[in-house]
Design a protein. Sequence first.
Lengths: 273, 292
Amino acid sequence: MSDLEINPELCSRILAAFIADEVLKVGAQGVVVGVSGGIDSALSFALAVKALGRSASLGVAMPYRKSSPESLADAQLLAAHLEVELMVVDISPQVDAYFATQPTDDRNRRGNKMARERMSVLYDLSQERSALVLGTSNKSELLLGYGTLYGDMASALNPLGDLYKTQVYQLAEHLGLPSNLIQKPPSADLFEGQQDEQDLGFSYAQADRVLFHLVDQRCPEEEVVEMGFPAELVRAVRDRVRRNQFKRRPPLIAKLSARTIDLDFRYPRDWGH
Amino acid sequence: MSPQNRLRVALVQHAPRLGDLGPNLDWTCEVLASEVARGEDLVVFPELSLCGYFLKDLVPEIAVRLDGPEVDRLIKAVGRGSAVVGAVLESPAHRFYNAAILIADGRVVHVHRKVYLPTYGMFDEQRYLAAGSRFEAIDLPLVGGGSWRLGILICEDLWHPSSAYLLSRGGADLIICTSASPGRGVAGGRAELGTAALWGAMTTTYAALFTTFLAYCNRVGFEDGHYFWGGSRVLGPDGGLLGGEAAGDQPMILRVELDRGLLRRMRIAYPLLRDEREDVLWQQLKVEPGDV
């Protein structure tokens, strides 16, 4: 049995309860999820539907005119499978309007801009519906820093943040999500033909096991190498975790007073709920 | 006081609002009044049941005092029954304790201040709270004139065997453990959370080793992403689960009746407490501990 194997029944029950509890106790009416056609947002959306029901879970697909049509098709397939309506918001006008004045061929800049436009749409819709934005970043992406800060990383609640990518697949299979979504190679879809594992230079299957030993089990790097993982892989993973720490923290505040937010003004987020 | 033969215990597994004393106190008083009216002898609430667990800087803002109005209201609500309620207790010297307040006989008869304050992983209690320094078994006076000898532990206290040992040595026939245990540990595909499995094993083992009743009252709900898994239960002195099963992870009241007959039978069959060699322990503890 692999260390990364989870009991999907237990985990999906806890995550659905988490969504229901955190949404209802703050008085929100539901959640809004950006549905990309990929497995992470599919799982987040499915957990929301399980937790809150169909009418309180809004899925939003936000294609750009050059986005892969298969992604939208997969998002629609998911919505049909979950028997929920999918809202489609084309983000091309605002993205094109911006780059008309700030032209660039840098595909990462363009991709990040699109991710932040989607965030902006989701937060607007969440206000309209008194709903919370549900996150879709898994633990592998968060640790490796493979996400757009204030883009797809932005949310009010993230049910996937403590699940490695390989565990996301286990839950998705357990919940019977469409096999199309489970089988296709993971892609951030920032530009055409992009694949996560090519960008990263290693597979999630490899990285997740290294992360599990480094992060969950706090094994020293040498010990992980002794287990048989390539030294370059272990170093690359560790470097990404360290380099991207800033993405996992709120902005730094320069301390001046006796009580500074997040340094020594410490209150729980669920204060009063 | 002579021991009463039976004790009806109600464990109130619930999810307090975090840092919102007023509504929690109102609700607690309602439950207390209705459980006592039903005939429950002892009503037990989880750790920090009046205020929630991950308080951080809220600690001094939600603390109560033994001579304060909140404790007065609890005493009135308990009436002729008895109860264990969890709160942050501020001392006259302005220290803040994670406390379980035992009310009976129309007064506070005992306060257990958590001795072991976990400060590791997700826990940070020593940053905010003062530690207690005693484990004490006391006689709970009951309305019929009898009593039941018990001791209270709060969550992490139970992870140190000396705590249950000292209560047992003090003659406890019932160990009450209140808890706010955040669930964790899903690696390896187990059907049960790692924490839940360990608590299950510990409570069973302690009840059997100390041939005592053990009532474990854990909370439910979520705070800042932490999942409190519930699982409240009462174990008999044979390590068996009274009432047949533990609670799940939903709010509920678990009501169980303890029977001294079982305690007597088990202590005849397994005279472990009679045979305990405190002299050996005492002798060896006199040796100064070295650096580990």
